[in-house]
Design a protein around this ligand. Sequence first.
Ligand code: OAD
Length: 244
Amino acid sequence: MNIPDDLAEALRNARHVAVLTGSGISAESGIPTFREAQTGLWERYDPQQLATPEAFDRDPELVWNWYTWRRELVERAEPSAGHLALVELETLVPDFTLITQNVDGLHGRAGSSRVLELHGNITRTKCSVEGVLVEKYEEDVTPPVCANCGAPLRPDVVWFGEVLPAGVMKDAASAARSCDLFLSVGTSSLVYPAAGLPYEALMHGATVVEVNPDETPLSAEAHYSLRGKAGDCLLALITTAFPS
Ligand code: OAD
């Protein structure tokens, strides 16, 4: 992969780098993306039946079991070359903000020190009424129930129609506004408010770089589009900007 000299220079000189990742970075860990033809989760399953509060009210057992399947998939997966490249990038720039739409926790497992998880984390469980995180629960009923109030437990993820965790979104937006280089990696750039972050960065004068094998709505606006897999592109970008 050929990295333009001026992009390598922009990364080398950046004081603050912000990165937004989507499910494409975990594709190389064997986790399915959402919208890709044939393999995407939303090609095979209906989000309205599985990823909304109404779906959970209607059939909590179905929703719980679907998330258990995904959680087991995530637990068996290993961080990809892309996750590991971002751990390295964090050590190479003065200020670094990692924002993800992914709920798989793989950035943290790879070793990234702080991750702004916009859509929650599938490995955490919370009470569906009190919203309180629950560490331990009996698995004799599906879904298990809250020991405190008896309400069904649910994954600590953001479903369609729900609001993103306010503090996390605020920190992400502030990083987008203050960074000088913004990387959008492995996301279709279709789901807001996350998809708005690179535009915030553009409006505030940052260099915006997209990493994706395919074109997205962001491609036309980004200063650079690196067409390839997250692992390959990020590695090429880092080794070109910071030759050892
Ligand atoms: P999508 O499935 O919409 O997009 C995945 C993107 O990853 C596509 O643009 C692919 O071209 C790209 N891709 C595939 N393999 C890749 C690779 N090896 N390296 C780099 N890119 C690759 O997934 P997201 O954009 O993450 O929200 O979806 C955003 C949100 O929609 C998700 O967080 C989820 C979903 O509904 C919630 O669940 C709230």
